[in-house]
Design a protein around this ligand. Sequence first.
Ligand code: ADP
Ligand code: MG
Length: 241
Amino acid sequence: MANKKKNNYVSKDNLGKNVFPKDIILSIKNVSYRYNDAKEDEFALKNVNFNFETGKVYAIRGRSGTGKTTLLSLISGLEKCTEGEVIFDGKSLKNMNLDKYRNSDIGIVFQSYNLLPFMTASENIILSMDANGLKIKNKKEKAIELMRKVGLKETYADRKVLRLSGGEQQRVAIARSLSYNPKIIIADEPTGNLDKQTETEILEIFKKLAHEENKCVIIVTHSQNVCDGVDQIYDLKKVKN
Ligand SMILES: Nc1ncnc2c1ncn2[C@@H]1O[C@H](COP(=O)(O)OP(=O)(O)O)[C@@H](O)[C@H]1O
Ligand SMILES: [Mg+2]
């Protein structure tokens, strides 16, 4: 492994697009999870094994109650595996500072956006920079740059979130998740409250982040439309307890 270089070069394909070397950034290894208040043999997840590479968009698909949200809690280090482990960039989360991991390596996007409605779009993004202790000189400029990345014009920066459409709010939430430039973005039903056209637009943003910026994007979804557009689908089945 001595000379293994990681993500430190980018080549171009014959259309001039960036080509990144693929790396496994996240592994779910034999993971089982049982909630504290569940019966001894009642598992929310049982022996799950998934690998995730940089530069790709993944869908995790499964019916309600199959453990999708639970899996995202384990990936984001909010819960600890009952059995097995989550490996990020070659290191088990068991041996990592999870606050630091959450504040730098992983960005989270929710179905209901989780923005502060009475604050402006840029204030919401700056709040996340502050919460994560980012030392950036011109935070507003950075927030506007992130907003552009998700297709929001500068004029939206000073608009209160409650004056934005659902699709626009989700774009702000994605911009916010990018504020500390994480390698992985996880999204729990990010298009669950949106119409199909807007869903497709949001999916295109995630695809751009993966394919042009080498992020690993993991989307939990019910939507066939989303599944049709991702690079790889993983299915979760209900655990038979
Ligand atoms: N806080 C909790 N305490 C106990 N059981 C839970 C809790 N949260 C979820 N569960 C159970 O874990 C299983 C998986 O839930 P969840 O991860 O929310 O599934 P999904 O997101 O796929 O709908 C379900 O059987 C659910 O009832
Ligand atoms: Mg869920």
